[in-house]
Design a protein around this ligand. Sequence first.
Ligand code: HEM
Length: 503
Amino acid sequence: MLDLTSLISFFVLGVIGWATYKMYIWPVYLTPLRKIPGPPFESLFYGNYKKFMKEEEPQLELTKKYGNIVKYYEIFNQPALLITDTTIVQDITLSHSYDYIKPVNILSDSVAFIGNGLALSEGNVHKRQRKMMNPAFTYSNIKNMVPTFTRIASKLISVITEDTINLGESKIKIAPYLSKATLDIIGLVGFNYEFNTLTSPNELANAYNAIVTPPTILHFMLGRLAYYFPMVRSIPIEINKNFVNACAVIDRESKNLVKRKLKEADIGELKGDDLLSVLININKTLPIEEKLTDEELKNQIMTFLLAGHETTSTSTSWAIYLLARHPHMQDILREEINKAFPDKSNFNPTFDEINSLEYLNGVVKETLRLHSPVTMIRRTNIKDKVYGNYFIPKYTPIMISTMGLHKSTEIWGPTAAEFDPKRWLDPTLTKNISNLSFLPFNTGARGCIGNKLALAEFKILLSNLIRNFVFRPTDEGFQSKTRTFVSSKPDSHFEFKISRVES
Ligand code: HEM
C-alpha cells in the first residue's frame, strides 16, 4: 500500500508533468500551429501576452514582421493566431461566422456581468436574440434618438464652459467629460435611465466604472482563474471586493429597471422609444419560443452599457486628439459645420443633416481607422479549419487584428499611418477598401448592432465640440501613447489647450 507521502508525491509529479506537457511540450513541439511563423514565447505563464499589454501597437509590429497569419502565445503559453488575411477574415465574419465562438475563458469578467446577452450568446440563442433586436436599431429608431444626443452634447458644452472658460482655465482633460456624456446618452437611449453623471455621482455609473477601469495583468489572471475556479473571487483582496460589489449593484439595478418597465408594459403605459422599451414591446408580440426571458432582457442592459459607452467616448476623444494635432484639418471641419449650422445657439441637426457633412464623415472614419476602440476581434473555431497550407485544430484562440488591417500599407497605401480625412472622399483611394479591410464595427452576423447609433452620436458630440471650442496641443511635440490591448484609449490625463469659438 502506498503511504500518504507517496500519494502526494505522485499527485504533485502528475500535476508538474501535466503542466509541462500542456504549457511547454505541446505548444512548442507538437501543436500543428508550430509551422506558422511567429515570435517565440516569452513566459510559460503569460506567453507573449505582456507584449500585448505593455507595448504600443504590438499587433502591427507582429504582422509586419511575420505576415498575415502569425502564431503567438496566449496566457499559460497556449498557441494562438493573429490574423490580417482578408480571406480568413471573410470566413470568420461572413461565410462561417457560427463556426467561431467568442472565447468566454478570455472574456470571463464580461461574462460575469453581462451574461448571455447579445454580445456573448452563441449559435441559435444568438440568432434568436439578434433577429428580435435588429428592429430596435433601425434608422427610424436611431433618428428619434438624435434630439437626446444633441441635448446631452449641449449639456457637455455648458459643463465644459463652466469648468474651464468661465474659470479662466485654458487647458482641459477631455476624456473624463466624454466618458460621462456617453454614459448619460446610453442610459437615456438604452433604457430611459437618467445617469446624470455630467452633473452628479451615480451608484450604477460608479459600479460600472469600477469594472471597466483599465485592467492590469493581475486583473486578467484573476479573471481567467475565476472562470475555471469561481472561488478565486472569494479571496478577500481589494480587486475582488470591488468586482463583487460592482457586479451586485449592476445586477440589482438592472433587475429593477426591467421590473419597472415590465410593470409599465403590463398596465399599457410603456410608451418610451428607448431600446429596452422597444425590445419589451417587440417581445410581447413574439411566439413563446422566440421571446427573450426577463433574465435575457436584464443582460441586454449591461450589454448596451458595456458595448455602447466607452467605445463611443474613446472614439470622440481620439478625434479631438487627432484634430488638435492637425489644426488645419480642425479648421476645415469647423468651416463645414459653421456653414451648415450658422447659429451656434441653435445647434439642432437632424440625422440626415449631420450625415450629409462629408468632411465630418471623413474625420470620423479616419479616427476609427487609426484608433479603433476595438483593436482586435477574438474568436475560437469550433470546427477544424484549413487556412492556406496550415491545419488549424478546433478550439484555437484566434485574434483578427483590426489595427493590423487598418494600418496596412498594402491596403491603404504609403500614407497608411497618416491622418487624412480627405482619403474618404477620393474614389481612387477608397476602391481597395471593403468591409473586410475596414472593420471598426466588425461585419456580418456578429457585427456591431449599434453602429448607426454610435456614428450618429459620435458625429453630434464631435461637431458640437468643434462648433463651440478650438482644441490645440499643450505642447507641439505632444503624442499620446496608444495602448492597443482589447480597447485603445488615449491617456486619460491627456490635456488640450481649449478656447471658445466666439461666433
Ligand atoms: C464607436 C462606437 C462603437 C464601436 C467602435 C463598436 C464596435 C463593435 C465591434 C467591433 C463589435 C464586434 C465585436 C466582436 O465581434 O467580437 C461590436 C459588437 C456589438 N456592439 Fe458595438 N461598437 C460601438 C458602439 C456600440 C453601441 C453604441 C452599441 C449599443 C447601444 C453597441 C452594441 C453592440 C452589441 C450589442 C454588440 C454585439 C453584437 C452581436 O454579437 O450580435 N455598440 N461593437
